[in-house]
Design a protein around this ligand. Sequence first.
Ligand code: SF4
Length: 370
Amino acid sequence: MSKQVTSAYIHIPFCKSICFYCDFCKMYYDASLVDEYLDALEREIQGTYRGEKLKTIYIGGGTPSLLSYDQLSRLLRILSCLRQDEKVEYTIECNVESVTKEKLALLSQYGVNRLSFGIESTNPKLLQRIGRTHTMQQVLQVLQMAQELGFKNINVDLMYALPFETMEEVQQDLEELVKLPITHISTYGLILEEHTKFFIDQVPTIDSDLESSMYSLICAYLKDHGFEHYEISNFAKKGYPSRHNCNYWNNGEYYGFGLGAAGYLDHVRYSNTRSIHSYLLGKVRLEEEQLTKEDEMSYELLLGLRKIEGVSKEQFFNKYQKKMEEVFDYQHHLNDQTLIDEGGFVRIPEDQLYVSNEILLTFVGGSKDE
Ligand code: SF4
């Protein structure tokens, strides 16, 4: 039985400069390449999309806001073939240096109602250290512009555990961020990924105890300042969790369009090529994984445990006609309190969230029957 597809992700892989930590699918902006890319993206969407009404659309990157006004306008026209639910959450990732009032007005005209800014830090010294070039003054100006144009749902990304970063610097970032007119904060602890400048330069990572203290500080501070902690790394004002990302954590299906994009359709998880050459030639799909019911149950648990509320045992049963405790052996986690079974949900307790990856890893490889 097919699930209802309600979300689409669209990848725009172009950036003006490359951040030192970045492992995303991205390349330098080139105006004529963008035009060719939009042609190929249109072909992919037209050949894949089946006309479902979508509840969430997410344009990510790269830096989608870097597109020129005309390119952005073309992208939005291409995406207007995606039918939107009347309460659609329509997000675009932006950087403050490339956003203009005209581009924001255009986005609003096409129904984009959520902006996500890669701020990463409010500290000029740290921004320079990670290869980002914006200033807080630009952040404040752009957020004011967005507010004036009626954008009410705004995310900012915050990075921590940066090389040589101190607790005081994390505290300062938090103090500055909560003053901004935003509804959501996504946090990222630095990971040294291969092929990044940081990895090649072998920059020193900070001590894991310090990183754990930073995470605890972030959780406590944001909670005290009106942000609900709803997923391991995500915090939202009441009513503003990212519905697009919640669909991922609820193991819902979604389209993934564009270079390097991942999607999940008809029980198949797929990823697109990261080669721009192949993508422009229409050789879009790189890998496909046909999921069994066991695989889907594992994903349901692994993704669902990222949510602070955890996995609903009732919903699990309704989806798979099997009780979660019969499928997965997690009694030992309950015994040592690395999982809690309470109120119909199984969840990771707050004091274990920092080591959640270790807990989740114990379920990789699947269910009791495998
Ligand atoms: S972090 Fe974002 S802006 Fe920086 S290079 Fe990567 S995709 Fe581009």
